[in-house]
Design a protein around this ligand. Structure first.
Ligand code: NAD
Length: 362
C-alpha cells in the first residue's frame, strides 16, 4: 500500500453527506491505492449506517463536527447539497483535513469567498489542500483539448460557447428545486460544470461583465414529462433554463447556456472554442484549422462521443484519484479554490443581471 507521507499509513477518508454523489466519490476512493474508508456521516442516520455497512467504513456519524474530531482522518469529501457546503468545509479545513467539496462550491459567491478565506487562514499552519468537484475537467476530450490549447494550437482563443442542455432532466430528489437550499436551478447545478470547463480551457481570463437571462416556464406546471423524477410545482422556485454572455478583460467572450427543461431535439453538452489559429469542439472531439490553403477538421481515431467522458474510469474517480495524488505529493489540485470562487461570482452575476435586466460588471 502507498503510504501517507506524514506518518507512513494509508490516507483515511471521511464522507459528509452519503446520498447520490457520495457513491461516485466512494467508488473513486476504492479505486485509489493507499486509501482507507474511515468515516461516513449523514444527518439521516440510516443513510450513514447503510453506507458504512455497504462499503466497510470504520465509523459512522450523524454530526460532522463529531466526525471531524477523529485525529486520524486525513481527507474529507463534502457530498451534501449546496446549503451544507460552506460550514462543513470550513470546519473540516479548520480541523486540518484536506477537503474535496462537491460543486457548486456554495449557495453563492459570498459563501464561497468565506470558504476561500478560511482556507487561506488555516493553510499556513496546516498545509491542507482544498478543491471543488468540477469533474468535467477530467474528461478525455477535455484533457486533450487543454494540452492543445496550452501548446498554442488554437492561437488566441477569443470566443467560446459552452452548453449543458437537458430536454427533460429536473433532478427529482434532494433539494435541487429549492432556491434557499440549492442556490438556483440548472445554472448553479449543471451550468457551473460547462462554465468551469470553458474557463479552464480558456486559461481563466478575468471576467469583466455578465449579461444573463433565466426562465422558469415549466417548474410551476403540473405533470411535466420528466424521466428524472417528480417535484412539487407549488414549491419549485428556481429557474429551469439560463443563458448568459460573459465578457473578459482582453476582449474574449463566452456564451453559456443550460437547462433542465427546454423544448429542443435532445439533451446535450458541448463546448466550442474559437481562436486565431484554430477552433475546437469537445463532443465529439474535433479540431478546426486552416493549412496551406485548405480547411482541416482534425479528428483523433479514438475520441469520446457526446455524453461520454471517454475516460476508462469515471471522471469522478479520476477527480478523487487526482486529489489524493495531490495530497500525497503536496502539489496543487487540478481545481483551485479561487477558480471555483470565480465560477460562483459569475453565477451570481447571471442571476443579478436577470433580475435587473442589465449587464453586471465584475
Ligand atoms: N459532480 C457531479 O457530477 C455531481 C452529480 C450529482 C450531484 N452533485 C452535487 O453533489 C451534492 C449532493 O448531491 P446529491 O445528488 O448527492 O444529493 P442527495 O440529496 O442525494 O444527497 C445529499 C445527502 O447529504 C445529506 N446531508 C444534508 N445536510 C447534511 C449535513 N449537514 N451533514 C451531513 N449530511 C447532510 C442528506 O441527508 C443527503 O443524504 C450537490 O451539491 C450536487 O450538486 C455533483
Amino acid at each position: 500500500m502507498a503510504a501517507n507521507k506524514r506518518d507512513d499509513r494509508p490516507l483515511r477518508v471521511g464522507i459528509i453527506g452519503t446520498g447520490g454523489i457520495a457513491n461516485a466519490h466512494i467508488a473513486g476512493y476504492q479505486k485509489t491505492e493507499g486509501v482507507e474508508l474511515f468515516a461516513a456521516c449523514d444527518v439521516i442516520k440510516e443513510r450513514a449506517e447503510a453506507v458504512q455497512e455497504k462499503y466497510g467504513f470504520t465509523h459512522s456519524f450523524t454530526d460532522y463536527e463529531q466526525m471531524l474530531k477523529l485525529p486520524e482522518l486525513d481527507v474529507v469529501s463534502i457530498c451534501t447539497p449546496p446549503f451544507a457546503h460552506k460550514d462543513p468545509t470550513i470546519a473540516a479545513l479548520e480541523a486540518g483535513k484536506h477537503v474535496l467539496c462537491e460543486k457548486p462550491m456554495a449557495l453563492n459567491a459570498t459563501e464561497a469567498q468565506a470558504m476561500v478565506d478560511a482556507w487561506h487562514r488555516v493553510r499556513g499552519s496546516k498545509k491542507n489542500l482544498f478543491s471543488i468537484g468540477f469533474n468535467a475537467r477530467w474528461g478525455q476530450n477535455a484533457q486533450t483539448l487543454k494540452r492543445m490549447i496550452d501548446a498554442g494550437e488554437l492561437g488566441e482563443v477569443y470566443y467560446g460557447r459552452t452548453v449543458s442542455h437537458r430536454r427533460r432532466g429536473v433532478p427529482g430528489w434532494g433539494v435541487f428545486t429549492n432556491k434557499a437550499k440549492n442556490g438556483g436551478g440548472p445554472m448553479i447545478d449543471i451550468g457551473v460544470h460547462a462554465l468551469d470547463l470553458a474557463l479552464w480551457l480558456m486559461g481563466h481570463p478575468q471576467p469583466v461583465s455578465v449579461y444573463g437571462v433565466t426562465y422558469r416556464k415549466f417548474g410551476n406546471r403540473p405533470n411535466v414529462f420528466n424521466p428524472w423524477g417528480t417535484w412539487d410545482p407549488k414549491t419549485y422556485d428556481v429557474e429551469d433554463s439560463a443563458f448568459a454572455m460573459i465578457r473578459f478583460a482582453g476582449g474574449a467572450s463566452l456564451q453559456l447556456e443550460c437547462s433542465w427543461v427546454l423544448n429542443i431535439e435532445k439533451s446535450y453538452s458541448q463546448t466550442v472554442l474559437a481562436g486565431t489559429e484554430g477552433g475546437a469542439q469537445l463532443h465529439p472531439f474535433m479540431l478546426f484549422q486552416e493549412k496551406h490553403g485548405a480547411l482541416l477538421d482534425i479528428v483523433p481515431p479514438e475520441r469520446a462521443t457526446e455524453g461520454q467522458s471517454g475516460a476508462p474510469v469515471s471522471t469522478h474517480a479520476l477527480e478523487v484519484q487526482g486529489f489524493v495524488r495531490a495530497v500525497r505529493e503536496g502539489t496543487p489540485p487540478l481545481v483551485l479554490p479561487e477558480q471555483a470562487l470565480m465560477v460562483s461570482r459569475i453565477v451570481d452575476a447571471v442571476y443579478a443581471s436577470d433580475e435587473s435586466g442589465d449587464a453586471v460588471k465584475l
